[in-house]
Design a protein around this ligand. Structure first.
Ligand SMILES: O=C(O)C1=C[C@@H](OP(=O)(O)O)[C@@H](O)[C@H](O)C1
Ligand SMILES: C=C(OP(=O)(O)O)C(=O)O
Length: 428
């Protein structure tokens, strides 16, 4: 089989750029979903146009909403949800987890499937919870895609207990639709700690913006009162997690990268990059101009628990691989269930470029090493591609990282390769 390889540009001099980044996947997909169960039409302003968000728009349209994705701002007119439908989840966790609880409100039968790897990503706890709330779901008992939500036009709702230690999206999914259930929803988590809690905070904050009453006063319990989801226009912030490779470019080149429109306050997990990069030796300034990161002469390693911000692991791991002192990334066993087993993939691919990386059950550790060029496989994972281009930028002119299937970045970023190449002086 011929591999589709893309030579990552080198940062042979400090990179000095100002960038405006596309919108947040997590905010866009929540906004679209809430708009489609709201009490009137609304607009998602500066929606992210990427594979995951177009899949979400497609899913909600299949259910019966009208989602106009032709412009920069996407207009959504809610339901009615009366038809049988097929939903393609692609590789989007937010589509596979967030849409079935809405499909349970439909009077049609809604079948779900996705990319081959999506059939291995966990969803069983959500299906079990929905059944506990009154839904009828047909599946083959594996707790995975494909399955069909056999809607009856309404759902009882009530109290449900599940184990969300594999993904915070299990909780967000039930909360997002919960106000439309007859009794609302009272979700309790039992098990190891829930990862990615900032994403649940994002869900709760957005529900409240829609006038939904949410009680999250106690740990591991979230209660959504039954009621109307008010139509609200959301303005989508830039995707702060996708800012990681761009800010990393400053870190590895000793240059300065500014991301415009970085929000002063946000629920996005990617905001943690400010602290992470500072701890690795960068100078980080957040002001009215945006977030400005200046890389150090020597990048330091970091010892950090990324449980809350697991999706930053690939980019941070790439930085650790080229850092001048040891690193330990902890608390991210759950990212083995992301677009690929990210711990195994990062250990294999960074190790293949010469990184002194050790894989642990819940993380990665690194010793300083001199890296070389080579093929960097991405396993259909946009953030693996980000890790590859970061190392590629850090290498000298005679060593090149060839990133396999760079187009996989389209999951959350339109034309990433073109945008990334444009940051380097022509000729590289
Ligand atoms: O709710 C969301 O928008 C997300 C939650 C997180 O998922 P996990 O809790 O599965 O890590 C995150 O990693 C993912 O990229 C987006
Ligand atoms: C885990 C991620 O995606 P998903 O929404 O598909 O879970 C991610 O984008 O890092």
């Amino acid at each position: 089989m011929t591999l589709d390889l893309w030579p990552a540009p080198h940062a042979l001099a400090p990179v000095e750029v100002v960038v405006s980044l596309p919108g947040s996947k997590s905010l866009t997909n929540r906004a679209l979903l809430l708009a489609s169960i709201a009490d009137g039409p609304s607009t998602v302003v500066r929606a992210l146009r990427s594979r995951d968000t177009l899949l979400m728009a497609g899913a909600l349209s299949a259910l019966g909403s009208t989602v106009d994705t032709s412009g920069t701002d996407w207009a959504v007119t809610p339901g009615p949800f009366t038809r049988d439908a097929q939903v393609d989840c692609g590789l989007a966790g937010t589509v596979m987890r967030f849409v079935p609880p809405v499909a349970a409100l439909s009077s049609g039968s809604v079948s779900f499937d996705g990319d081959p790897h999506m059939r291995t990503r966990p969803i069983g706890e959500v299906l079990g919870a929905l059944r506990g709330l009154g839904a009828v779901i047909a599946d083959d008992g594996r707790g995975a895609l494909p399955f069909t939500v056999c809607g009856t036009g309404a759902l009882r709702g009530g109290t449900v207990t599940l184990d969300a230690s594999a993904s915070s999206q299990f909780i967000s999914a039930l909360l997002l639709a919960g106000a439309r259930y007859e009794q609302g929803v009272d979700v309790r988590h039992v098990g190891k700690p829930v990862p990615s809690l900032p994403h649940i905070d994002m869900t709760v904050a957005m529900l409240r913006e829609h006038g939904v009453e949410v009680d999250d006063a106690d740990a591991n319990r979230w209660a959504v009162a039954p009621g109307t989801v008010r139509a609200v226009d959301h303005v989508i912030e830039p995707d702060l997690s996708n800012a990681a490779p761009f800010l990393a470019l400053a870190a590895v080149s000793g240059g300065t990268v500014r991301v415009r429109d970085w929000p002063a306050e946000t629920t996005q997990a990617g905001d943690a990059l400010r602290d992470i990069l500072q701890r690795m030796g960068c100078v980080v300034v957040l002001d009215a101009e945006g977030l400005t990161v200046t890389g150090p002469e020597q990048l330091e390693g970091i010892d950090i628990d990324l449980h809350d911000v697991g999706e930053l692991t690939p980019a941070v791991a790439a930085l650790c691989a080229v850092a001048a002192s040891p690193s330990h990334l902890r608390g991210v066993g759950h990212i083995r269930h992301h677009e690929t087993d990210r711990l195994a993939a990062l250990a294999a691919e960074l190790g293949g470029l010469g990184a002194a990386v050790t894989e642990h059950p819940d993380g990665l550790s690194f010793a300083p090493a001199s890296l070389h060029g080579g093929v960097f496989h991405t396993y259909g994972d946009h953030r693996m591609a980000h890790a590859g281009v970061i190392v590629g930028a850090a290498l000298g002119a005679d060593e090149t990282v060839e990133v396999e299937n760079i187009a996989t970045t389209s999951k959350t970023f339109p034309d990433f390769a073109g945008f990334w190449s444009g940051l380097f002086p022509s000729g590289d």
